[in-house]
Ligand binder design. Structure first.
Ligand SMILES: [Zn+2]
Length: 311
């Protein structure tokens, strides 16, 4: 997806940014990660810039980035802490992400401190912290010195949905830029440039969030699954329960809840509100490790009720 097409005016600002830390904020999937990579590209590019100051796309640095193997880029993400050994409960970027010596569980392959000590291969080492709201206090404290005086002019790009949930010590040291949804036509053009056929449903679902296009196969599958499930509810109890089983099998927690709400968007508001309550109950049950097959069956029954479809 073309960052220049989607967020050109922002790239004009990031391209000439001379500080040590940027904080990009905006809704989930709006394209913050793609923008951060475009910033890393800008600050390492040796080619001719585009009209928004975007990276050339063809120099050795740009090619390394496109191949997903840029030596000067470090992406730091939260790890799901597992107190019980089961699934994820809480997301956290621990101090072990910053200092190798504190990474007892060897959770991170590369650590911020050690990464910045090494001279850049191209121009500037870039640390992208995706999920800055999950920085633990200890990790944030360890980062402060690096953010203030990064070795070899390193650049930090913090990404967060809500700046209010990021530790103030990080916010106050960063230049903040808001990433807003792109116009539909920009998403359409971006899709076309990628050689994809027009997809009005995908564009409507994306609602300007470029990150949705990057996950378009999963999104299309979730939309198809949500439509199939919702259609089956009307065709009797047994069909509904079978549909619940299929939904369970293909359930993608990242996309199915939103896909269901999208499919229900044309329903009357009071019905939608009840279906939404059922969906929230399903998600809560799954998080609490209730029996999935039972939870999905109950969900199907409750959504049938919500839409007034009981036999
Ligand atoms: Zn380049």
């Amino acid at each position: 997806m073309s960052a220049a097409l989607l967020h050109g005016p922002l790239l004009e600002q990031t391209g000439v940014f001379g500080g040590n830390a940027l904080l990009l904020t905006g809704p989930a999937r709006v394209g913050k990660r793609e923008l951060a990579l475009a910033v890393a590209a800008q600050h390492n590019c040796s080619g001719t810039r585009g009209m928004y100051g975007e990276a050339c796309g063809v120099c050795p640095s740009c090619r390394a980035l496109a191949a997903g193997a840029h030596p000067d880029l470090l992406l730091v993400e939260p790890r799901a802490t597992t107190a019980t050994g089961k699934a994820a409960r809480r997301k956290l970027i621990p101090i072990g992400a910053v200092l190798a010596g504190r990474d007892k569980g060897r959770e991170y392959e590369t650590h911020v401190f050690e990464f910045l000590e090494v001279r850049p291969t191209f121009r500037r080492r870039v640390v992208v912290v995706d999920g800055a709201e999950h920085l633990g206090q200890e990790a944030a404290n360890a980062l402060l010195k690096l953010v203030e005086e990064p070795p070899h002019r390193g650049l930090f790009v913090f990404l967060a949905e809500d700046p209010r949930s990021v530790l103030p010590t990080i916010v106050s040291r960063s230049a903040r830029l808001g990433v807003v949804p792109a116009p539909d036509r920009a998403l359409e053009r971006s899709l076309a440039l990628g050689g994809e056929a027009p997809d009005a449903e995908l564009i409507a679902f994306a609602a300007g969030r470029a990150g949705v296009l990057g996950a378009r196969e999963a999104v299309r599958a979730a939309l198809a699954g949500a439509a199939e499930f919702t259609g089956a509810l009307e065709r009797g109890l047994l069909t509904a329960l079978e549909a619940a089983e299929r939904l369970e099998k293909h359930w993608d927690p990242a996309w199915h809840p939103e896909a269901l709400r999208f499919v229900w968007r044309a329903c009357p508001a009071h019905e939608r509100a009840r279906a939404d309550t059922a969906l929230e109950a399903l998600q809560a049950a799954l998080e609490a490790y209730a029996s999935p097959s039972l939870s999905f069956q109950v969900f199907a029954l409750r959504v049938r009720e919500a839409f007034g479809l009981e036999d």
